[in-house]
Design a protein around this ligand. Structure first.
Ligand code: ATP
Ligand code: MG
Length: 313
């Protein structure tokens, strides 16, 4: 079966209820919400009715159960998620600043998802995988990078393709082995999905047009750039397409990039044109930001079509 598979962190997210509220004193919180960039990505893939699965690990606790229930209920194959009896599910606590930015307190590098590996069930999932998605945020240990490289090789040997969203903290790039690992992944990448300025994160030039050329020269087939409130762009050797964003009342920006990437990849794998795929990706991002909670704003094709039609009026 043609499955899209991803691998990486599964978390719960707990957030303040008011903009400007701080964690330096007690206050009302909302959540737990299912989260983790690869988990949001794969949930959006499943909502688009595409067979898919995730390789990860959660604790033997309610935070893990909440995530497994949501993913499975939305159609994600969760057979590649192992349950760790000794370590709890990862968490992220979020505050929202008045200037629109967010601050995260993450605890996932010491959580269950730091300990996933290619179990026999995970390998079985990869055997049926024709597209594998890598999230930069998941590459937080050398052990995980090694597992990721093995997964990429399995999928490439299946004749499959790879997408890569480099959403990685800039400090990580100062570690030479990390930069090497990202370059390794980029060389295998077919669809590259950076946000704005991250396009030049791994290139020698920091000018966008030169960075695009460098990445295409590596053999990357196509690039879709996420531009937040400014929509998105598509580049390959012969086309350059930029589409404006859909109007959206932004409530919570977390997860927009993951939904954008998922919609873009599913549409391209279905054989849709770059322009139609970018339009669906922009719509998925716009609907994601309109809902509080990182995975609450994932959409079906019918919801995306209704939204696109409504915006056209
Ligand atoms: P994150 O990593 O937090 O998920 P990101 O940087 O990867 O974010 P963004 O560029 O913020 O991703 O958002 C992805 C896409 O969602 C944008 O390219 C755009 O299409 C859509 N989008 C984001 N914010 C808005 C907004 N305020 N209004 C309309 N569309 C938006
Ligand atoms: Mg992102």
């Amino acid at each position: 079966m043609n499955k899209i598979v991803t691998m990486g962190e599964i978390l719960v997210e707990i957030m303040t209820t008011e903009v400007g509220q701080s964690f330096r004193q007690p206050g009302a919180l909302a959540g737990p919400y299912p989260s983790g960039a690869p988990a949001i990505f794969i949930d959006q893939v499943a909502k688009l009715n595409q067979p898919c699965g995730i390789i990860s690990s959660v604790g033997d606790d309610d935070f893990g159960a909440l995530n497994m229930f949501r993913l499975s209920n939305d159609g994600v194959d969760i057979s590649g998620i192992s349950v760790n009896k000794k370590i709890a599910t990862g968490t992220a606590f979020v505050t929202y600043q008045k200037n629109g930015s967010r601050d995260f307190i993450f605890n996932y590098t010491n959580s269950a998802c730091a300990h996933f590996s290619l179990t026999p069930s995970a390998k079985l999932l990869l055997k049926n995988c024709t597209h594998f998605h890598v999230m930069g945020s998941s590459l937080f240990s050398f052990r995980i990078i090694d597992e990721m490289k093995k997964a990429i090789e399995i999928v490439k040997n299946n004749g499959g393709s790879i997408s890569f969203d480099p959403n990685i903290r800039k400090e990580m790039l100062k570690i030479p082995e990390m930069r090497q690992a990202l370059n390794f992944i980029l060389e295998y990448t077919d669809i590259f999905l950076p946000s704005g300025a991250d396009i030049s994160m791994l290139t020698s030039s920091n000018k966008e047009n030169e960075a695009i050329e460098e990445i295409l020269d590596l053999g990357v087939r196509e690039i879709a750039i996420k531009r937040g409130r400014n929509g998105g762009s598509f580049y390959n050797r012969s086309e350059l397409i930029s589409l404006p964003p859909f109007a959206s009342d932004e409530v919570d920006p977390t997860g927009a990039g993951d939904c954008f990437g998922a919609a873009f990849v599913v549409c391209r794998l279905k054989g849709m044109s770059p322009e139609d795929s970018l339009r669906y990706a922009n719509a998925a991002g716009a609907l994601a930001v309109a809902r509080k909670g990182p995975m609450e704003g994932t959409s079906t094709f019918s919801e995306l079509d209704t939204f696109i039609e409504r915006c056209a009026k």
